[in-house]
Design a protein. Structure first.
Length: 221
């Protein structure tokens, strides 16, 4: 019997805005570093820090599909998911699949390392992060190196992410459209996820942004 599929809202607006906002911020960070527009580079980094603080909190109290407890499954589940890809099963995942969940966590951790090392880094000439003087020259120089190496890891993760999207698309799983529209066609028998209030998301982001602003101001950044 053919199952009835209905459009189901699986991604809330805060998660979608975070996703595409990170894409924009990464592009901004690369361009501003490449052209030595360091004031804008720092602004991009501070904005990313606020976004990451929001995302980690939203992963605890936000919508079902945003919560780490919902999409981080046992690593063996991720391996079984990847092993079954070639069988071309229909896409019935409400949120991140078992492998995608770990990819999300890895990217968030890479971004956190990038922002953290950026706060402590320097260019050995005239520009330094607001925490460079706190950690001292030796650690600042070492963290500046990590900052550069970690961005290469982020680039590799982006390439892997894009390849995964392409492979899933060939298998009939469209991962991009739901992240744009928020909706996905799923069997009518599947329960829709609980989506948290966008007002709560706005409050969380406002608090995160205010915390970063106070932090930067206190350090004279």
């Amino acid at each position: 019997m053919r199952l009835t599929h209905l459009p189901v809202r699986v991604w809330d607006a805060p998660i979608r805005l975070f996703h595409w906002g990170i894409v924009l911020l990464l592009a901004t960070s690369w361009v501003t570093q490449h052209y030595d527009w360091m004031q804008l580079h720092f602004l991009s980094g501070y904005t990313m820090l606020a976004a990451l603080l929001f995302r980690f909190v939203w992963g605890l109290i936000g919508s079902d599909t945003a919560r780490f407890a919902r999409f981080l499954r046992h690593p063996m589940a991720a391996l079984r998911h990847l092993a079954a890809l070639a069988r071309r099963h229909p896409d019935t995942e409400i949120g991140h699949n078992a492998a995608g969940g770990w990819m999300v966590l890895a990217m968030l951790l890479l971004l956190a390392v990038q922002v953290g090392t950026g706060l402590c880094s320097n260019d050995e000439i005239s520009v330094e992060g607001p925490l460079a003087h706190v950690v001292g020259d030796h650690w600042s120089n070492w963290l500046s190196h990590i900052h550069a190496v970690n961005f290469r890891l982020i680039e590799a993760a982006i390439v892997l992410h894009l390849l995964a999207i392409a492979v899933y698309r060939l298998l009939g799983h469209d991962l991009v459209r739901p992240m744009i529209t928020g909706h996905k066609r799923l069997p009518a028998t599947l329960p829709a996820p609980r989506l948290a209030s966008p007002r709560l998301a706005l409050l969380v982001f406002a608090i995160a942004g205010a915390a970063v602003a106070v932090f930067v101001r206190a350090l004279g950044g």
